[in-house]
Design a protein around this ligand. Structure first.
Ligand code: HEC
Ligand code: HEC
Length: 156
């Protein structure tokens, strides 16, 4: 049992290239129900690993002026969601988002991963915003961002 697990783990590590690919971003198992309910209504409940802890704290401190919307919450729920986001936040600097509140679509990592996406794709009427992940990543709701699941709007 233990050996089998060790082999399995070794296999996983070997299968990953040096710069780990991030095509799987599932919702962490300890996500409180409030996260999906309160942060998944207007857009995807974004993967917490795509911003740093200070960024999430900033997002959660400014919910009343949330990118032009009001996403204000009761304090208990706000704290619960913030703790969850911070627990799973990124630690690397390239995951820190520009803007106030910060955007996960404006981290060095996001820009780099999407550098080959043609400018016209971002402007397409079906996409409208880089924050609209599911417009191109057809299985984003399931936390999957694999290459073969991507459909650029023009090719539909
Ligand atoms: C009332 C609707 C609404 C709710 C509820 C809501 N948001 Fe948003 N959120 C928005 C809008 C609108 C945007 C801007 C989208 C765009 O620019 O296309 C946004 C953008 C974001 C972004 C930045 C995306 C980017 O461009 O990088 C983050 C991060 C975010 N929301 C997190 C959250 C979290 C966490 C919660 C729950 C506490 C939440 N949102 C709840 C409406 C909402
Ligand atoms: C306009 C279409 C489009 C939108 C919108 C978009 N992406 Fe992407 N994304 C792509 C394409 C195309 C690639 C592959 C780029 C490449 O291979 O060079 C990609 C790559 C990725 C990858 C890397 C996958 C891997 O194999 O490592 C992740 C993760 C990702 N996107 C997440 C997101 C998230 C999260 C959002 C929303 C906040 C988003 N994307 C919005 C088109 C899009």
């Amino acid at each position: 049992m233990r050996t089998a697990l060790a082999i399995l783990l070794a296999g996983t590590v070997l299968a990953l290239p040096a710069a780990a690919r991030a095509d799987r971003l599932p919702l962490p198992a300890d996500a409180p129900a409030s996260f999906q309910a309160e942060c998944g209504g207007c857009h995807l409940p974004y993967p917490p690993a795509l911003l740093t802890a200070p960024d999430w704290q900033r997002v959660m401190a400014t919910l009343d002026r949330h990118y032009g919307d009001n996403a204000g919450l009761e304090e208990k729920t706000r704290r619960e969601i913030e703790a969850f986001l911070v627990r799973h936040a990124a630690t690397r600097g390239r995951m820190s988002g520009a803007g106030d509140p910060p955007r996960l679509t404006r981290t060095e990592w996001f820009q780099r991963e999407h550098r080959k996406v043609p400018a016209t794709a971002w402007r397409d009427a079906q996409v409208k915003s880089a924050a609209n992940c599911a417009a191109c990543h057809t299985r984003a709701e399931q936390g999957s961002y694999r290459g073969r699941e991507i459909v650029l709007p023009r090719s539909r």
